[in-house]
Design a protein around this ligand. Sequence first.
Ligand SMILES: Cc1cc2nc3c(=O)[nH]c(=O)nc-3n(C[C@H](O)[C@H](O)[C@H](O)COP(=O)(O)OP(=O)(O)OC[C@H]3O[C@@H](n4cnc5c(N)ncnc54)[C@H](O)[C@@H]3O)c2cc1C
Length: 432
Amino acid sequence: MLDFTVESEFQAKLDWMADFVRTEVEPLDLLFPHGGDPYDTTNTKARRILRPLQEQVRAQGLWACHLGPDLGGQGYGQIKLAYMNEILGRSYWAPTVFGTAAPDTGNAEILAMFGTAEQKKRYLQPLLDGEIVSAFSMTEPQAGADPTEFVCRAWRDGDEWVIDGEKWFTSNARHAAFFIVMAVTDPEAAPHRRMSMFVVPAGTPGVEIQRNVSTMGERDDLDEGIHGYLRYREVRVPGDAILGGPGEGFAVAQARLGGGRVHHAMRTVGLCSRAFDMMCERALSRRTKGALLAEKQAVQAFIADSWIQLQQFRLLVLHTAWVIDTQPHGAARTLIAACKVAMAQVMHDIVQRAVHLHGSLGTTLELPLAQWWMSVPSLALADGPTEVHKVSIAKQVLRGYQPVDTLFPSEHLPPKRAAAAERYADALSAHE
Ligand SMILES: Cc1cc2nc3c(=O)[nH]c(=O)nc-3n(C[C@H](O)[C@H](O)[C@H](O)COP(=O)(O)OP(=O)(O)OC[C@H]3O[C@@H](n4cnc5c(N)ncnc54)[C@H](O)[C@@H]3O)c2cc1C
């Protein structure tokens, strides 16, 4: 039986979170609005505000709640995380305040699962404590959606690994204390056994940020870009810098991406709810042709369509969370891909309608809508493009079906009608 309920003590925590995020955290979005700001550990003004807020979160027992108790989290499970992330999704800074910002969350999971004791001490603990940030270096300039096209190489040389190649869109590279890097260790192996994952400290000789790429809404002339175009130039790391074993890079990456995707979807529910609230407020406040926008049927359709999409998406996310909580590892794979696809579409549709209902004001930087709108294309790309996830959904769904060996489909009505007549022949032929 599907069950998305939480106990009243936890609801009290959610209520605290909602109030805290609105009053204490959302102001950070206004004071430090650039993409890289939450990750910039050198920004002393922002850190001065951030630290006490993080302390309050810890005092409430809400720090890094995606982690199990062994890593200092609460082990709440995904249903509770879904409700928490809905609240965090309203604010860009909130995940950092609550110790759940990507890509650090996924990188922490990798280190927890595959790191040595020394790596856990050096990287994992400061990451969990919010003292450092990290980056995930997988995409290459010539290949993203299809990792089998990656060419960045790593080879063994004595006690060390040597990494050589380029990486593209390593988010927060400029602020990262270490990188988790995917590189080809055996080009002759089967496609999904060619790569391995490494932990590389920032500042290692040969790690070069060629440039920090800006995305929509960021300015190159102000050097606001945060997506590193990196060159690893014969970078040497110790033999135990490999995470998992040689050839296990894909498996390690998969261990990391599933949780990240579903948590992103949960946060997107929160962000879309905020855009939806703005849409409704506008409809009830703005007059045209002697009536409120809310009285126009076209506007009512906007609101109804958005409400339905948001409800459907939220239930999909909660269902996914419930399957992760209650069924064996891997059971939620199709659902997670569905969340990934749906979140980009739902956000696209709802934010677009919200912008449109706000008219010219909606297109300005005087509302948060423009910022959200600019993030829509990224949502459909980061962690893999929509098309790739759709292919994966279709393949998995089709495994549950069989072809027919008859000329017509199994639902073809003429033979079914004949079979129905035969089944109830006695009743049909009986006299009244
Ligand atoms: C905001 C943001 C942050 C990111 N952060 C990171 C990061 O920290 N670390 C990292 O390693 N990467 C990161 N990425 C990169 C991201 O993982 C890639 O953008 C993604 O995997 C797609 O790769 P690509 O950009 O090379 O696009 P391509 O692989 O060139 O794909 C472009 C388009 O081709 C089409 N396409 C591709 N494959 C198929 C297919 N199989 N079937 C049909 N159509 C297809 C789709 O329309 C797709 O959108 C980030 C991306 C964004 C936008």
